[in-house]
Design a protein around this ligand. Structure first.
Ligand code: MN
Ligand code: MN
Length: 459
């Protein structure tokens, strides 16, 4: 009997065939990440994938029975996908929930201006970023512009090799002496995150000739005016692709692992889940990085509304009490990333309770900060159930928390799922450089997230 608990690097613990599958799986994830740089793009890629795998749109269905595969899209920014189980819904569902929004720079409502002969977009950052990390890196522009007649225009420029890129400048070190004296958090104020767009003057403009030239370009390419930008959702994200990291290719570095690494693995787990007894659901939500507000966030009634529809279509039950009962008997893995031990910053973590890269999927019993404030804190009974499930299914896992006590903290969608009277625990991939434009994930952890979610959905 093993008396001690210890965590180990997982690479040498797998059979050769499983290792080969793991590298293939991670390659598919890397390519997916490069196609899905915003929540809208992730949503589009995901329902395309679901349709290829035999899932049908919930609104086209009039009756549901065991084995049916359905999905519903929430306003282009979220997805509820389900495989209907044999068991009555009142026995509960197995839900894996992840978020597909990521920290980035959003355009301000009226973003375009000219200064010093350059045209710029003004931005308002979204989610927790270290602002200085966004200067002097190649940026791309993704999103939609909606005209008053409802026409939607997609924008996606900066990621193809032939595209131009965009950039925020920084002061040269020679003149940066005052800047260098400032604390990191103050050196780059939010109003400095202005993206350079162009430098040629329009010959037919009277003033702000460079700005006007950009408007002429936007009008020619997208058929929009400056006023159309007021009803747009345009995001500025890093323009480079995710790449394998290290001589041994054991990691992937790229933008947006938080939380697309858990979203992708959860989606693939649902697609591959073998005839789940209980109804298995993969829920991909938006707005987690800004508090899960809004009708596309986890605090919205969207999830309950779709579940109510499924109760009706499968069991002809429209009773709200029945829906409440379904929720009470359900369990959830809140699939979100954690912070891995960083040898460069050991002072921020406590080694016994921090996850290590490539040591397996991370269970986080509670998040929050300053004395667990804001945490849903999973019940020990539920932690034991998940431990048992992972052990039985050969899922390499580890437990940890986000940094040292009083070092800071964070939250996930877990607390909002818990409010629905469901058992929930955070469970996902530990990262290095979380919330940076170049996050690092370990391939063992990515694969074990898939394996763990799949085991949960099949349980
Ligand atoms: Mn997250
Ligand atoms: Mn995050």
């Amino acid at each position: 009997m093993k008396l001690t608990y210890s965590k180990e690097n997982g690479f040498n613990k797998l059979e050769k065939s499983e290792q080969d599958f793991l590298f293939e799986f991670c390659e598919e994830y890397r390519n997916y990440l490069n196609k899905a740089k915003t929540e809208r793009e992730f949503c589009t890629e995901s329902y395309k994938l679901l349709e290829e795998e035999g899932f049908v749109a919930l609104e086209t269905v009039t009756k549901l029975s065991a084995g049916d595969k359905v999905y519903s899209v929430n306003r282009g920014k979220g997805i509820f996908a389900a495989v209907i189980g044999e068991a009555p819904l009142s026995e509960g569902i197995n839900l894996v929930g992840a978020h597909i929004d990521a920290p980035r720079l959003d355009l301000k409502p009226s973003p375009l201006y000219e200064d010093g002969g350059l045209a710029y977009f003004k931005t308002h950052y979204y989610g927790g970023i270290k602002k200085f990390q966004w200067l002097t890196i190649p940026l791309s522009i993704h999103g939609i512009i909606v005209k008053t007649d409802g026409t939607q225009i997609k924008v996606n420029i900066g990621d193809n090799e032939d595209d131009p890129v965009f950039c925020i400048s920084d002061i040269l070190p020679h003149l940066g002496q005052e800047q260098a004296k400032k604390p990191l958090g103050e050196a780059v104020p939010g109003e400095l995150l202005n993206v350079i767009l162009g430098n040629i003057e329009a010959d037919d403009a009277e003033k702000e000739k460079v700005k006007y030239n950009v408007l002429k370009y936007l009008n020619a390419k997208y058929d929009v005016t400056e006023e159309d930008l007021l009803s747009s959702e345009i995001e500025i994200v890093p323009a480079y692709p995710a790449r394998d990291l290290g001589f041994d290719r054991s990691m992937i570095a790229g933008y947006g692992h938080d939380d697309r690494v858990c979203a992708y693995t959860a989606l693939r787990a649902l697609i591959d889940a073998k005839s789940p007894e209980k109804t298995a659901v993969c829920l991909l939500v938006d707005k987690e990085e800004i508090g899960s507000m809004g009708c596309t966030g986890m605090q919205s009634r969207y999830f309950e509304n779709v579940l109510a529809k499924i109760c009706y279509l499968k069991e002809n039950n429209v009773n709200d009490m029945y829906l409440r009962n379904v929720l009470s008997n359900s369990s959830c893995l809140s699939a979100d990333v954690g912070a891995a031990f960083d040898p460069n910053f050991p002072e921020t973590t406590e080694r016994n309770n921090t996850p290590f890269l490539n040591h397996g999927i991370l269970l986080t019993k509670y998040t929050g900060s300053r004395g667990k404030s804001g945490a849903s804190d999973a019940n020990a009974e539920f932690v034991a159930k998940i431990r048992n499930l992972f052990e039985k299914n050969g899922v390499l896992w580890q437990i940890g928390e986000l940094g040292k006590v009083d070092a800071g903290g964070g939250g996930t969608i877990a607390q909002f799922v818990a409010n629905l009277d469901m058992e929930v625990i955070d469970c996902g991939v530990p990262l290095l450089s979380m919330h940076s434009p170049y996050e690092i994930a370990g391939k063992i952890d990515i694969y074990m997230a898939y394996k763990g979610y799949k085991a949960f959905m099949e349980s």
